[in-house]
Design a protein around this ligand. Structure first.
Ligand SMILES: O=P(O)(O)OC[C@H]1O[C@](O)(CO)[C@@H](O)[C@@H]1O
Length: 191
């Protein structure tokens, strides 16, 4: 499996294939299965049943070789499979940057959304191919697949930003995203 490069890194070109949703050269690929999303779906029994029933891959993150190290600027492509758990759309875990730094996402394929929460205000951005979603410092962020096919997006973020998953478990994300007969709906977090 490819590794991250070790700083100091010499300048290099990264081939971005938006159609194939790939970065080349490749760094590591992270796979998140249903079991990795413990405590995040509202219906714990449905989550547990999905884990028992094959523990499906919910999303994959393919990185370039640029590491998550201070002052570096890593990139990755995340692909979230289509699916729901008790009606809740499949999504990333979501995280806060512990030292509050911004980030951008560029939607590549499928239909998704970017849910952001600062502990008080909640924001939702529709993400369709070509949309850049800007995540300001201090906003926890989660991507959601609300469409009928896999949803892919490119992320570019400060390497020292970090991932605080505990913040999301403690504070929630403000809303939950449910599939409905004709699309999707944002519902209060407790629902
Ligand atoms: O870290 P999470 O919440 O599982 O989400 C994965 C996504 O977030 C990132 O860590 C960037 O914020 C990417 O690598 C990937 O797009």
């Amino acid at each position: 499996m490819p590794d991250f490069a070790t700083p100091p890194i010499s300048p290099f070109a990264i081939r971005f294939d938006a159609e194939a949703a790939t970065l080349s050269p490749e760094g590591p690929t992270l796979e998140r299965r249903m079991s990795d999303l413990e405590g995040l779906f509202a219906d714990h029994d449905a989550w547990q049943a999905a884990v028992a029933d094959g523990d499906p891959v919910v999303y994959r993150v393919q990185s370039s070789p640029v590491p998550e190290a201070d002052r570096e600027l890593p990139q990755s492509i995340t692909t979230i499979e289509r699916g729901t758990t008790a009606g809740e759309c499949w999504m990333t875990k979501g995280h806060q940057h512990p030292n509050h730094q911004g980030e951008i996402y560029l939607a590549l394929h499928g239909t998704g959304g970017l849910l952001m929460f600062d502990g008080d205000r909640v924001e939702w951005l529709d993400m369709t191919p070509g949309t850049i979603g800007y995540i300001p410092p201090g906003w926890a962020h989660r991507s959601v697949n609300v469409g009928d096919e896999p949803y892919s997006f490119l992320a570019v973020y400060p390497g020292g930003a970090g991932h605080d998953y505990g913040w999301v478990l403690e504070h929630g994300m403000g809303n939950r995203i449910h599939r409905t007969g004709d699309g999707f709906a944002l519902r209060p977090y407790s629902a």
